[in-house]
Design a protein around this ligand. Structure first.
Ligand SMILES: Cc1ncc(COP(=O)(O)O)c(C=O)c1O
Length: 155
């Protein structure tokens, strides 16, 4: 491992010391990914069956993906949802075209998506809404999502 970088043990200690203890992490530190594989500092490969909980479903570091990210970042990284931009418009139109929905709601996390779903059920359920969840489920760490999470130990 490069001397200028922290050891796996140091990285785990820094993380455990400086972050709130709400995740049960496995003692693994990944330094890079390629396709469906993750690698630790020793070069050991792991098959990434989680894809970052679905976030990196396109795999790690595919050249086309890097090119697209790089080109967009070099043009415009982020604006708030107070403004319009073409990539957002095109993504929304594509999701509408490919799905059952007439409109999409962009958000940052699964918890936020579930909060929106719960709010829509309340708004459009005309007072007759009922939220059903199953035992052992997980829906996120915000209050409503947690209330619908079927794991008392997390609540
Ligand atoms: C089924 C399910 N719903 C919601 C969430 C919450 O997603 P986020 O962590 O992006 O808020 C998760 C995350 O693990 C999940 O697995």
């Amino acid at each position: 491992m490069n001397d200028s970088k922290n050891s796996a043990a140091k990285i785990m200690e820094m993380t455990d010391t400086c972050t709130t203890p709400n995740y049960a992490r496995l003692p693994l530190v990944f330094v890079r990914g390629k396709g469906s594989r993750l690698y630790d500092a020793g070069g050991k490969a792991y098959l990434d069956l989680l894809s970052g909980l679905g976030v990196s479903a396109l795999g790690h570091c595919h050249p086309a993906l890097l090119r697209a990210i790089n080109e967009q970042a070099a043009e415009l990284i982020h604006t708030s949802n107070l403004y319009y931009h073409e990539p957002g418009a095109r993504l929304a139109a594509e999701l509408v075209r490919l799905s059952f929905a007439d409109r999409v709601f962009f958000c940052n996390s699964g918890a936020e998506a579930n909060e929106a779903a719960i709010k829509m059920a309340r708004r459009y359920g005309c007072g007759k809404h009922e939220i059903i969840a199953v035992h052992g489920s997980f829906h996120g760490r915000t209050l409503a999502a947690l209330a619908a999470t079927g794991q008392p130990s997390l609540q």
